[in-house]
Write a protein that binds this ligand. Structure first.
Ligand code: BGC
Length: 272
């Protein structure tokens, strides 16, 4: 029998990194709406993270939420986050590696710091959180409320396949996420751990404000999107929840592109 769509994650616990704003915030709220307990990770803006946690617990919701400040690129901080999650909720069932950043620069001007920071957060952060999640899944063992031993969802980008001038650090980090996800999926599938990525296109959030803030910028952006609208965080939130439920139990090692067709080489619509 199909589960109540709003109770699909009842009794499960989810960590969402970078959940104080943008896509991460919407994923956290969506997980909460489907009754998962949520650890709202953040590194800046504690008040915004609190607000997300409050919203999850508001209006007689079943889900509980806590906030936790941790830099995902720091091993000790990630381990503390898992310790706290387990103290509050017993275990972790769903790891959403969302935290990410851009430090854009022309290639010849890119500093080592800009390169390193983006790789540290976007790629090493996903490694550290996934490794900690895997350790918890394996030591906790099977549960009766989910087919999988645990679920890992990597938030990648269309730039795991689309090269991006002026953003070599970002594109390299997301290309890395693609093979990190697939390698984890290949290695961990036999243990019952389900690993997938979501690759958002242009989603209207603070990270890409320049691309949608003015009508001219938005018009340029829409030339890259065959479906002719900018994405919304809810487009990603709904998919992330679904990827965490048993409805998607046979989906493993896949990147789900949610991009309005941005990866369809839109330049070829009228050319080539
Ligand atoms: C980037 C955004 C960009 C989008 C499409 C995302 O991964 O963070 O800044 O608008 O890709 O290019």
């Amino acid at each position: 029998m199909r589960q109540n769509p709003h109770h699909r994650l009842l009794g499960q616990t989810c960590i969402v990194t970078g959940a104080n704003s943008g896509i991460g915030k919407e994923i956290a709220l969506s997980m909460g709406r489907d009754c998962a307990n949520v650890v709202v990770n953040y590194i800046t803006d504690a008040a915004a993270a609190e607000e997300v946690a409050n919203q999850i617990e508001a209006s007689d919701a079943i889900a509980k939420a806590i906030t936790f400040k941790a830099d995902v690129s720091k091993e000790d901080q990630v381990q503390e986050m898992f310790k706290t999650a387990k103290q509050h909720f017993g275990t972790v069932d769903i790891m959403v590696n969302n935290a990410g950043m851009q430090r854009d620069a022309a290639f010849h001007e890119m500093t080592l710091q800009q390169w390193q920071q983006v790789l540290d957060v976007n790629l090493t952060g996903q490694f550290l959180c996934s490794r900690e999640a895997t350790r918890e899944f394996l030591s906790r063992g099977k549960v009766d409320y989910s087919c999988a031993l645990g679920k890992i969802i990597c938030v990648s980008s269309v730039h795991e396949v689309i090269p991006w001038a002026g953003h070599a650090n970002y594109a390299a980090s997301k290309g890395g996420v693609m093979l990190l996800m697939k390698s984890m999926a290949q290695e961990l599938g036999s243990k019952g751990i389900r690993v997938n990525s979501i690759a958002p296109g242009a989603i209207q959030t603070p990270i890409n404000r320049d691309a949608w803030e003015t009508p001219e910028a938005l018009n340029e952006l829409l030339k890259l999107i065959p479906y002719k609208r900018i994405g919304q965080p809810a487009d990603i939130g709904a998919a992330a929840v679904w990827l965490a439920t048993d409805e998607s139990d046979y989906i493993h090692g896949t990147t789900l592109f949610i991009d309005g067709g941005m990866t369809l080489y839109p330049g070829f619509t009228t050319n080539g």
